[in-house]
Write a protein that binds this ligand. Sequence first.
Ligand code: MMA
Length: 183
Amino acid sequence: MVALILLFFLCAGVSGSPAQTRLSSFSGEYGGDGGDYFDQSSNQLDGPMTALKIRANDRYLLSIQVRYGDSWSITEGSTMGSPTGMELYHGEGFVQVLGRFGSYVEYLAFRTNLGRVFAFGSSSGSGISFEAEPMFPNTVLRFISGRSGSSVNALGFHWDEDQWIETGNQSSLSTQPSTIIST
Ligand code: MMA
């Protein structure tokens, strides 16, 4: 009987918490199946995304490196030549990624909750276009996964809450197309 009562409370504890909503979602994977799989989920422990460094040639992305809090991830792809970078403000996060891919990731344009857009790679080409957005409002890009070798074969985008992000006005911003800043 004691065991039954215990079981009841255990089950109630698991199923009776409707307030605990899931806010994470995934977009992707966009790209080809070459290279090796990588996953930066554990980099989230260093903090939210704060900066990007990307290398690209005139056809596709050669590398991607992400800063989480104050710590840079390892470089996925090639480390030859100099990357182009961008930094987020405190309280700013990515709310949309537009891109194009074939066997490699060819183009990426990151849009933030403040409406800023940062584009990398060649904006024209024959690849397949994609538009990645979080499923839940007021969530942002928390980490990436994908496939890489000597270049960036594929990317996936993992969205979730970020305690530092200003919430409440994301939907009004997300309908506004913004200028693409070429890098
Ligand atoms: C390597 C290898 C491939 C991958 C390319 C581009 C040069 O080959 O990892 O599988 O497609 O790099 O990343």
